[in-house]
Design a protein. Structure first.
Length: 250
C-alpha cells in the first residue's frame, strides 16, 4: 500500500489533537480511527493500528505526569492488572469486528457517562482522595470491564475509565487522568499483540499517528496539571456532547 506525504501529515495533525483529547478527557480515537478507514484500512486493521499511537501518547503522558510530581504507581499497577485480562478478551473479539454498528452503543455509553459526571459526589471523597476498601475493590472489579471495552474497540474508553476512577473511587480529576493514561498504556501493550497476530498492522500510519499523539499527550498532560479540575470537567463535558451528536446523526 503506497503512502502519500499528505496522508502522513493528516495523521500527524489528527494524532496531535487526539492525543490531547485522550489525556484530558477521551474520545481521540473517534477522530483517528475514521480517518484510517477513509485512507483504506479495514475496521480491524484501523482498530489495531490505532494502538500504536495510544501507546506512544501514554508513554509521554505518564512521563510528563511523573516529572510534574504526579505518580501513584502501586495503585496504577493494580488497576492495570485488573484491566489487562479484560483487554485481551476484548481484543480477541475486536479482531473480528468490522463495520460501524457499534456507533449507537458508544453514543449510549457516552450519554450515561455525561449524566453520571453531572451528579455531585461527596465532597470529602473528591477533595481528599481518600480510598475506602469498598471503593478500591469495586474500582478494580469495574476495571476489568473497562479493559474489555478498551481491548475491543478503544474508542471512548476514557469515558468509561474516568467515571470509575473519579466517581466510584473518589479520585480528583488530575489523579484520575494520571491513572487513566497509565492503565491505557499497559493494557494496550497486550491488546496490540492480539491484533498483530490476527490482522495486518499498518506501521507507517501507526507511527505517523504516534508522532502526533505523543505531542498531544505531552501538551494534554501539562494542561491537565495546570488547568486543574474545573477546565478538565468543562472540556470533558463538551467533548462528550460533541461526539454523542456525531454518533447519533447519520
Amino acid at each position: 500500500m503506497t503512502v502519500e506525504l499528505w496522508e502522513l501529515a493528516l495523521l500527524i495533525a489528527a494524532g496531535t489533537i487526539a492525543g490531547m483529547l485522550n489525556v484530558i478527557a477521551g474520545g481521540g480515537s473517534l477522530m483517528t480511527v475514521p480517518i484510517m478507514l477513509f485512507l483504506g484500512l479495514s475496521g480491524p486493521e484501523a482498530n489495531g493500528t490505532n494502538r500504536i499511537s495510544i501507546i506512544a501518547q501514554n508513554i509521554v503522558a505518564v512521563r510528563t505526569f511523573f516529572r510534574r510530581g504526579f505518580s501513584e504507581f502501586r495503585l496504577s499497577l493494580t488497576l492495570s492488572a485488573a484491566a489487562i485480562p479484560g483487554a485481551i478478551l476484548g481484543a480477541l473479539v475486536g479482531v473480528q469486528l468490522d463495520g460501524e454498528w457499534f456507533d449507537r452503543v458508544l453514543a449510549l455509553v457516552m450519554l450515561v457517562v455525561l449524566v453520571l459526571m453531572q451528579i455531585p459526589g461527596k465532597k470529602s471523597a473528591e477533595s481528599t482522595g481518600l480510598l475506602t476498601r469498598r471503593r478500591l475493590v469495586l474500582g478494580h472489579i469495574l476495571m476489568f470491564g473497562a479493559g474489555c471495552w478498551g481491548g475491543f474497540i478503544q474508542v471512548g474508553v476514557g469515558f468509561i475509565l474516568m467515571p470509575i476512577l473519579h466517581r466510584v473511587m473518589g479520585l480528583d480529576l488530575v489523579r484520575t487522568n494520571m491513572h487513566k493514561v497509565f492503565i491505557a498504556l499497559t493494557y494496550n501493550l497486550f491488546a496490540i499483540v492480539v491484533f498483530a497476530t490476527a490482522v495486518s498492522i499498518h506501521w507507517q500510519f501507526g507511527l505517523a499517528l504516534a508522532a502526533g499523539n505523543a505531542m498531544g499527550g505531552y501538551f494534554g498532560a501539562r494542561f491537565s496539571v495546570q488547568g486543574g479540575e474545573v477546565w478538565i470537567r468543562r472540556i470533558f463535558t463538551a467533548v462528550l456532547i460533541i461526539f454523542i451528536i456525531k454518533l447519533v446523526l447519520p
